[in-house]
Design a protein around this ligand. Sequence first.
Ligand SMILES: [Zn+2]
Length: 104
Amino acid sequence: MAAVLVDGAVLLCTHGGKGAVVPSQTVLKVGGKPALLKSDKVGPDGFAGCTNQKPCQSIQQYAAGLSTVLSVHGTPVVLSSAKGATDQDTFRVLSAGQTALDSK
Ligand SMILES: [Zn+2]
């Protein structure tokens, strides 16, 4: 089980940059905050503070951490165990944005 990521969650890239994902749905919320889905994108600031020569800007793919039971319109929600590739390197989850709802 891992926490469901919601609006306000922080992703951390290999180079210390922090990325905020923009929610795309309002069907599933935790504590009033929309859950984040596999298809949601990092906002226009990319991974802010990334020290790579070419800073990480986006999520390319997930290697782990997508829920096998929770989805919205067929798209899995993202969990605090998520990790994967940015356009430059890799990322993991720094904080989920909530602690009330876990899933697998
Ligand atoms: Zn980076």
